[in-house]
Design a protein around this ligand. Structure first.
Ligand SMILES: Nc1ncnc2c1ncn2[C@@H]1O[C@H](COP(=O)(O)OP(=O)(O)OP(=O)(O)O)[C@@H](O)[C@H]1O
Ligand SMILES: [Mg+2]
Length: 221
């Protein structure tokens, strides 16, 4: 087992009242799983991923990733853990606009023991994996949407993460590009043995995993 949540709850405090975004969510994920997370808009999917990554603080409950206690860790330990173990892929690609594709991929290695040339070679190997070697010196604005998403995936992989958390990685792409990205994630899952949790609205995309979690009003059903 690589990830486990137990009675995970998240309430947002809002001036209009409390929002129960996650309600006693308990599940386990095994190493090598490709889990797809579905549910209506507002059902808590993004909240779940952000909580797992420790980017927001759960209100109560437990999260363990590789025996690391996400809920009770200090911010410093959390950012260190995130950097080493988690790759995050978002719907909006969140690339740095003034950095080239390869510089974007190298970015997570900024604080690492690797020398500049090693960082470059690692990033280059990943751009090859996502079939973008010939676009390495392009800025995000000089890439298509699908290419930008592939750069974002390469960046999420550069730290050799234990876990990839992907929030609608194909939400902004047309159907054929979506299939390319999903096949790429599947390949990474199989060949690099990286565990993936992927939020999706698409029933087709949900079929790419080996396990499904459906959220309804912050509860697993
Ligand atoms: N910062 C916040 N403050 C208050 N309420 C929030 C905040 N972020 C999200 N919520 C509420 O929490 C609930 C869950 O939101 P979340 O973003 O997790 O949904 P989602 O399943 O990812 O939806 P979508 O499919 O539309 O992206 C929603 O009802 C939302 O309005
Ligand atoms: Mg969301």
């Amino acid at each position: 087992m690589i990830l486990k949540t137990n009675n995970l709850c998240k309430q947002y405090q809002h001036k209009d009242g409390l929002v129960d975004a996650l309600n006693h969510v308990s599940f386990e994920v095994n190493e090598g799983d490709f889990v797809t997370i579905t549910g209506a808009s507002g059902s808590g999917k993004t909240t779940l991923l952000l909580s797992l990554a420790g980017l927001i603080h759960a209100t109560s409950g437990e999260i363990r990733i590789k025996d690391f206690d996400v809920v009770n860790a200090s911010d410093r330990k959390l950012s260190d853990f995130r950097r080493k173990h988690i790759g995050f892929v978002m719907q909006s690609f969140a690339l740095i606009p003034y950095l080239t594709a390869i510089e974007n991929v190298m970015l997570p290695l900024a604080i690492s023991k690797f020398k500049k040339e090693q960082k470059y070679q690692k990033a280059l190997a990943l751009l090859k994996l996502v079939d973008l070697e010939n676009r390495k010196n392009h800025l995000p604005s000089e890439l298509s949407a699908g290419q930008q998403q592939r750069v974002a995936i390469a960046r999420a992989l550069v730290n050799s993460p234990t876990l990839i958390l992907a929030d609608e990685p194909t939400g902004n792409l047309d159907p054929s590009l979506s299939t390319d990205i999903l096949n790429l994630l599947k390949k990474i899952n199989k060949e690099e043995k990286i565990t993936i949790l992927m939020v999706t609205h698409s029933p087709l995309a949900a079929e790419f995993g080996n396990r499904k979690i459906n959220l309804h009003n912050g509860c697993i059903n």
